[in-house]
Design a protein. Structure first.
Length: 109
């Protein structure tokens, strides 16, 4: 069974994020951003994928695994517990599981 973890990049450099991923033994980064671009240097899809590839980490963009709008709205309204419920329900949905399963199969121990 594959282990899943999350990482954010606010306040970080691309080098620091890649190093943290390497230190954690990450094999695959699944980018769940709705729009995989960033004004922050190194974090747009192509640049991020290239940095990860250089570090031996695979990259895939699966927007369907990101937090759905009702969950994002709940956080903005100050209800993070509600967002967690929404996200957990979302991750067990057929769509999310269909996107996630092929990726995990490739990286199972």
């Amino acid at each position: 069974m594959a282990n899943l973890a999350t990482i954010g990049y606010e306040g970080c450099t691309i080098d620091a994020v890649v190093q943290a991923l390497q230190n954690a033994g990450t094999q695959l980064l699944i980018d769940v951003r709705a729009v995989p671009s960033s004004r922050k240097p190194g974090f747009s899809k192509r640049q991020l994928a290239a940095s990860l590839d250089e570090a031996g980490i695979a990259y895939v963009h699966l927007q369907g695994l990101g937090t759905p709008k009702p969950g994002r709205d709940a956080v903005r309204a100050g209800h993070p517990a509600r967002m967690e419920v929404i996200f957990r329900e979302h991750m067990t949905s057929d769509r999310a599981q269909a996107e996630l399963a092929p990726q995990l199969l490739e990286f199972q121990d």
